[in-house]
Design a protein around this ligand. Sequence first.
Ligand SMILES: Cc1cc2nc3c(=O)[nH]c(=O)nc-3n(C[C@H](O)[C@H](O)[C@H](O)COP(=O)(O)O)c2cc1C
Length: 415
Amino acid sequence: MTPPGSAAPLLLLAPMEGLLDFMLRDVLTRVGGIDRCVSEFIRVTGTLLPNKVFLRIVPELANGGRTPAGVPVRAQLLGSDPACLADNAARLAALGPAGIDLNFGCPAKVVNRHGGGATLLDEPERVGRILAAVRAAVPPAMPVSAKMRLGVRDDTRAVENALALAEAGAAELVVHARTKLDGYRPPAYWDRIAALREAVRVPVIANGEIWSVADARRCRAESGCSGLMLGRGMVADPGLALDILQAAGDGAPARPALDWAGLQPLLAAYWALVSRHIEPRHRAGRVKQWLHHLRRRHPQAEAAYLALRTENDPARLAAALGLPPAEPARPRSSGVEEERRIHHRPVQADGEVQVRAGDAAGGADVGDAVAGRDPVTRAHVRGAQVAAHRQQAAAVVQPDGAAVEEVVADVEHHA
Ligand SMILES: Cc1cc2nc3c(=O)[nH]c(=O)nc-3n(C[C@H](O)[C@H](O)[C@H](O)COP(=O)(O)O)c2cc1C
């Protein structure tokens, strides 16, 4: 593995339920520096979830498993029952995420009450069974990774859990360097990750309390990990990943830090997404939530947040922040439409998918073919792949699903 502190680190964007959704993923990955994202968790509690749930939480599934900027997104599942998680993972895998991640770190009471998240770390044997069941349920080429904390109350079983995950087939482990009991209280114990990294043969990514280039450097040195996962630090300072790469000597010419003026187009892009996908009464709250995090790094965000803390009218909030007027509301598809298109068409045996599309960007295979270079493309595909390719053809559209209908109408299947 690459020694820490030398080559540019792999940088992942953390899953953050209730904060870092597809809209913020879109905006943050436009900045650059992030290699891969993990979606916020999708909770599995005894039922086989319909596709619309996966598509609602991870609309990037309708874009070849990538953000509009092209950064791959793994979808995260959270649950405690190996068989049920496996069934859901198989269904999710058919939608084409960039991988499946399993959550062994959530400290929330409501999640832990049902035996999910960080409490599982008291049962390494079950942790391994969950990973193995999911691994067996999804295509071999699809990576299955895991995100864990150091333990429940202490880190005495951390290595045991990491080994259970690695031996069950995890492609990569992200370790949030705290126990469930630690919650989100600083510090993060980066040095404790080192023992896990030494114990397993799969890549280990360090996570927790990386707010600056100096933190990143120290985390890499103490954990011995090359790769880092950034959560709140990226939300507070969207230029953090690029700054870390620059400091690690990625060979790119020096660039100025992303200042408040540089953030304005991102805020405008976020506002446009929020206006398009979120009900009017919740829009101001979304923008204030991001401003709240930006305060940590940008004094101008602090001033704006204090001035607008009680402002709930989206138009007034936007005007005060100098954001363009909201587009007319176009609520995001619930995912029902995509589900109908992707799965309620008969899947036939071998066949040919013909795709005709204009200028949209897509994923791999057929998705590439429809990226505008080759307006009419035929791809010979086998069995179940027909569904997957048809889905990729649908993936040329934006995650809001607005253009899905047109593109899929152009996909003809010849059995
Ligand atoms: C609001 C919030 C929501 C989170 N949601 C998830 C989640 O859905 N899945 C997960 O594995 N971790 C979740 N986490 C944990 C983060 O991914 C990350 O491990 C933690 O914030 C520490 O990293 P940071 O200090 O860089 O933020 C969440 C954290 C926060 C603050």
